[in-house]
Design a binder for this molecule. Structure first.
Ligand code: GLN
Length: 193
C-alpha cells in the first residue's frame, strides 16, 4: 500500500497514475494513515499551504520520522520544497530531509510553465536517453549535497534526484502518460528501500 499525502494539491493525479499500474493507494490526512505503508508520495501543489496543513493535522513530525527511517518517498514539485534542507524565494521552513536547497518558482510564473525534454544522467537507474517533464511553477534544486545523485537534467539544472529512499522530481511525472519515474519509485517500494 502506497500512501499519498492528500492535504492539498494534485494527489488525485498521483492516485490515478498509481492505480493504472495496479498499485493500491491510501490518502494520508492523519498520522494513523501512515501505519503500514510501503511508500509515500508527496504531491505537487502549494508548498506554503501544505506546510501549514502538515502542522495543523499533526503530520509534520510523523512524516519526517517515516522518511528518516527509510520509507521510500516520491516527492514532486511542492513535495520537493517540503523535503529540502533550505527553501529560498521566499524562505520558508521545511522538513530538511533532502540535502539540497530549492529556489521556489525559479522558472517564472504560470505562463512559463512548460513541457520540457530532460536528459537522463543516470542510465543505470533510468534506461532511456530522454524523458518528458511537465513543469508547473517549478522550483530549482541547487547546492546538492554529496549524497544526492542526479538522475535527470533540464539543460544544466538537476530536475530529478535520488538520495537513498528519497526520489525527488521538480516536475510532474504523474501528469505524463506511463512516466518511467513512477516505475522507478515502485522499484524502490518493492525493494523496501
Ligand atoms: N510553486 C509551488 C510552490 O512553490 C510549487 C508548484 C507545484 O507544485 N507545481 O509551492
Amino acid at each position: 500500500m502506497v500512501g499519498i499525502l492528500a492535504l492539498q494539491g494534485d494527489f488525485a493525479a498521483h492516485r490515478h497514475a498509481l492505480s493504472e499500474r495496479g498499485v493500491a493507494t491510501r490518502e494520508v490526512r492523519k498520522p494513523k494513515d501512515l501505519a503500514g505503508l510501503a511508500g509515500l508520495v508527496l504531491p505537487g501543489g502549494e508548498s506554503t499551504t501544505m506546510l501549514k496543513l502538515l502542522a495543523e493535522f499533526g503530520l509534520d513530525a510523523p512524516v519526517k520520522e517515516s522518511v528518516a527511517q527509510g520509507m521510500p518517498v516520491l516527492a514532486t514539485c511542492a513535495g520537493v520544497i517540503l523535503l529540502a534542507r533550505e527553501v529560498q524565494n521566499p524562505p520558508q521552513p521545511s522538513l530538511g530531509l533532502l540535502d539540497a536547497a530549492v529556489v521556489r518558482n525559479a522558472y517564472g510564473r504560470q505562463l512559463a510553465s512548460t513541457v520540457a525534454t530532460l536528459e537522463v544522467a543516470a542510465p543505470d537507474e533510468l534506461p532511456f536517453p530522454t524523458l518528458e517533464g511537465v513543469f508547473i511553477r517549478a522550483p530549482k534544486l541547487v547546492q546538492l549535497g554529496s549524497g544526492v545523485k542526479v538522475l535527470a537534467k533540464r539543460g544544466q539544472d538537476p530536475v530529478l534526484v535520488r538520495q537513498q529512499n528519497i526520489l525527488a522530481a521538480t516536475f510532474h511525472p504523474e501528469l505524463s502518460p506511463k512516466h518511467p519515474v513512477l516505475d522507478l519509485f515502485l522499484q524502490l517500494v518493492r525493494r523496501g528501500q
